[in-house]
Design a protein around this ligand. Structure first.
Ligand code: NAP
Length: 292
């Protein structure tokens, strides 16, 4: 049994996805294949991860029918603009080897030139209207970015994918998303960014989470994922090791109490691990997305 969430346009999306940020291309195919064999039916990639080709190959090798896999990908900022975003879809779809992407989202707001962000979103609206994507959304959007987007565009994003783990819960942002019918999706859902960026405090070693995990005979990662699912969020953990791919999927057979959920909520530090969305620009991120 896996939980399914219904997006604001009626499309159904498995709540638990499989992330592949920083998964090297030569490990991505086998990781995606293993994930689908384990039971995941949702993969989150991005043009900027430079592994969409390998994601597509992993899906094909798994033998799972394409129609049973929910594919999410992201437009990188160097491809923002109406026509460029239409072409970004062609690049991603060709690399993935598919005709349609289930959820296509803008990777970042670009606050210093938000007009190109809006033009990119209009491109997504066109792709949606033409049936090339089943749902569209955004990532790392703050309430102010959403407000500006709403002023200039018509389709409410189905999803806002943001940094969200026990040490950075962004409750106000979650509330604004919910008010507008935007589903909050957690990136770094098990707090990977609190460990791989060399922080002194890793959520995996948190004593409160560890205590709850012991009570349920589960691991810290499983408790964090269950916390997301019970609070109605989508979560897209990224494991590459086979045993962790399986571990992170074993989250549908236990229930956290209201007190346990509140204890995890209380761990919020208000400090993000990733980059501040305000700083995103073509100058700070020079990556260009290759043609398919
Ligand atoms: P994460 O999934 O919270 O953590 C990943 C890290 O945790 C990796 O180092 C992984 O190691 C390790 N790990 C995974 N499962 C584990 C387990 N059961 N026990 C112990 N360690 C475990 O963080 P993330 O990779 O930053 O984010 C997840 C996904 O979110 C990404 O893959 C990507 O799809 C998305 N994302 C989006 C954005 C954005 O701007 N929209 C930014 C970052 C991430 P191994 O890989 O070695 O197993």
């Amino acid at each position: 049994m896996t939980a399914t969430l219904t997006l604001n346009n009626g499309v159904e999306m498995p709540a638990l996805g499989f992330g592949v940020f920083q998964t090297p291309p030569d490990e991505t195919t086998s990781a995606v294949e293993a994930a689908l064999t384990t039971g995941y039916r949702h993969v989150d990639t991005a043009a900027a991860y430079l592994n969409e080709r390998e994601v597509g190959e992993g899906i094909r090798r798994s033998g799972v029918d394409r129609s049973d896999v929910f594919i999410e990908s992201k437009v990188w900022i160097s491809d923002y603009g109406y026509d460029k975003t239409l072409h970004a879809f062609e690049k991603s779809a060709r690399k993935l080897g598919v005709d349609q992407i289930d959820l296509f989202i803008l990777h970042q707001p670009v606050p210093s030139s938000f007009d190109t962000t809006i033009d990119a979103y209009r491109g997504l609206e066109k792709l949606l209207a033409d049936g090339f994507v089943r749902a569209i959304g955004v990532s790392n959007f703050r309430p102010t970015d959403l407000a500006t987007l709403f002023e200039h565009t018509g389709v409410v994003p189905a999803v806002n994918q943001i940094e969200l783990h026990p040490y950075f819960t962004q409750v106000e942002k979650q509330n604004v998303d919910a008010e507008h019918g935007v589903l909050t999706q957690a990136w770094s859902p098990i707090g990977g960014i609190t460990s791989y960026r060399g922080s002194s405090r890793s959520a995996f070693d948190d004593p409160v989470i560890g205590g709850i995990a012991t009570q349920h005979g589960k691991t810290a990662a499983q408790v964090m994922l269950r916390w997301h699912l019970q609070q109605g969020r989508s979560a897209i953990p990224k494991p590459t090791r086979p045993e962790r791919i399986a571990e992170n999927f074993e989250v549908f057979d236990f229930e956290l109490s209201a007190d346990e959920l509140a204890a995890i909520d209380a761990l919020d530090t208000g400090v993000r691990g990733g980059p501040d969305p305000e700083s995103t620009s073509r100058e700070t991120f020079k990556l260009e997305i290759p043609e398919a």
